[in-house]
Design a binder for this molecule. Structure first.
Ligand SMILES: [Zn+2]
Length: 147
């Protein structure tokens, strides 16, 4: 994972959330609870939630401000650019993509997985949840830049 991006997202998450003492149920913007003196603080995003750590804040920022990549759609698009739109089999004409997907779903999914790891290793996409959601690195960079 791209550490620099993650560190910057963490910074943004700190900016967008308020330290919160859960035992006193009070905001502690200085990083120390004024009531009990604790520095064991949660992060509060008003109207969203209150939890320890910044991972969930980052997740919230990405979910609300960016669109996750639809990898299959992108993969389909790249395949469409490589092969003719229609394929003739005997006297029948098929949509090439549909024909491939329907006749070899396993082969299709392997190729899709390869595409995903290639995009990830080239630094085009990034996942912060172990691969269930991907975002475009350049979209995250734009988001970070404008904040
Ligand atoms: Zn407190």
């Amino acid at each position: 994972m791209n550490n620099e991006i993650f560190e910057q997202l963490k910074e943004l998450a700190f900016k967008r959330s308020i330290p919160f003492c859960y035992s006193c149920y009070k905001e502690a913007p200085t990083g120390l609870c004024k009531v009990c003196g604790s520095d064991d603080l949660m992060r509060l995003v008003p109207g969203v939630g209150c939890e320890y750590g910044t991972d969930w804040v980052i997740k919230h920022i990405l979910e609300t401000e960016l669109t996750a990549v639809d990898l299959e759609e992108e993969f389909e698009e790249s395949i469409r650019q490589c092969y003719p739109e229609e394929t003739q089999v005997g006297w029948m004409t098929f949509d090439t993509l549909k024909l491939m997907k329907e006749n070899d779903p396993v082969g299709w999914h392997c190729a899709l997985a390869d595409y995903e790891s290639q995009e990830e290793s080239e630094g085009n996409i990034i996942s912060l949840d172990g691969g269930s959601t991907f975002y475009k690195v350049h979209c995250i960079e734009t988001l970070l830049f404008s904040n």
